[in-house]
Design a protein around this ligand. Sequence first.
Ligand code: NAP
Length: 313
Amino acid sequence: MTEDFDLAIVGGGPAGLAAGLYAARMNLRTVLLDRGPLGGQLLNTELIEDYPGFESILGHELAAKMGEHARKFGLDLREFQQVSEVDMEGEHKIVRLEDGGEVRAPALILASGGLPRKLEVPGEVEFAGRGVSYCAVCDGAFFKGKELAVVGGGDAALEEADFLTRYASKVYLIHRRSEFRAQPVLQDRARSNPKIEFILDAQLQEIVGEAQVAGVRYLQNGERKELAVGGVFIFVGFLPNSDLLRPHAEHDEIGYFITNRDLETSIPGIWAVGDVRAQLTKQIATAVGDGTTAAVGASQYLDRLRDRATATA
Ligand code: NAP
């Protein structure tokens, strides 16, 4: 079955939900499709302290609030809808769903976010779900009283290392350099946490164990070392979920979409917002700003299409 809308949004994180809220409030017939529950990366974040107006709010609470807010303006929110393909037919964008359904709209906003980057060391795949994790909020509680390794030196690694000390007896933060790219506030918090020990200038080489993770091997200043840990949390960056459109739209070498000032991709009528777009930061505030810009851009685009149709009628 094909359903027609003015605007389709793929992805229900902060960028998609903000776009949906604005679009619905501008009376555009808008549908938002997410392959999982609403919230995107918000669901992998325990506490949010850097979204203006909310001194401190849980990630899943903010996700629920954003969803309710957008619904109130009439956004058609559909969870657990896996998109299999995006196609173009003239001015229409066709979003095909794995369940066989189809959504058609002249405007499409891609807010599909991304997934954690893999470290690509032996043991990572073998022990996934058996001690290797990419989400502290999801899995931290399974590691009560254990010693853990966290890998990475960005915001996610420093923030999640601190979070994991709620459960773990000790967290070793293994980073390949001695400088961190994480924000100073997160570095200070981790440094002042007595349960966190830094292992710097160290490259993790292997994750070992039998049924479960039992340790890691790493190289530090040319010396091979081993550490006994009950789990490994990997936070070495993020890769965009841009496969749906990557063959058609301009993107950078990693796969992030390149957009113009209005966040439109190289394909007219398709916008990219939030973590799937090439930009400086991946913050909730920027994602929300992106969603807003794209919704307004989409509305103006639809007006232009209508004007053109009227002029040629
Ligand atoms: P990131 O900022 O890209 O940091 C990735 C870290 O992993 C870097 O320290 C990097 O080391 C390291 N790394 C990458 N590849 C590696 C490899 N093969 N082996 C070992 N280490 C490797 O990623 P992120 O921390 O996931 O953050 C992604 C984005 O989300 C950022 O824009 C961040 O600001 C944002 N974010 C914000 C918050 C917050 O504001 N509270 C929380 C989480 C994430 P090098 O430094 O040596 O390159």
